[in-house]
Ligand binder design. Structure first.
Ligand code: SF4
Length: 76
């Protein structure tokens, strides 16, 4: 399992995460920033725990994010 984290206030809505992992990310129509689908919100920190099957595409999202607001933590 992995935890995906987004520090959402610094997101610029560039869509790169959506292109890499469209089942986990989408762009909000309200504010134009990306939404981490299924995430729990704690102030600016949005996070979700998902299976390892989503690791590769979300690592691509992490690498593509120009503002470095995506983090991935491997869980045991
Ligand atoms: S790649 Fe980063 S900056 Fe771009 S929309 Fe996704 S989270 Fe926001």
């Amino acid at each position: 399992m992995i935890r995906i984290v987004q520090l959402r206030d610094k997101c610029i809505g560039c869509n790169a995460c959506v292109e890499a992992a469209h089942t986990r990310w989408r762009i909000s129509r309200k504010d134009g920033k990306s939404v981490l689908i299924g995430a729990v919100k704690n102030k600016n920190v949005h996070s979700v725990i998902v299976g390892d099957d989503e690791l590769i595409e979300n690592m691509q999202a992490l690498r593509n994010c120009p503002t470095r607001v995506i983090q991935i933590i491997k869980l045991k």
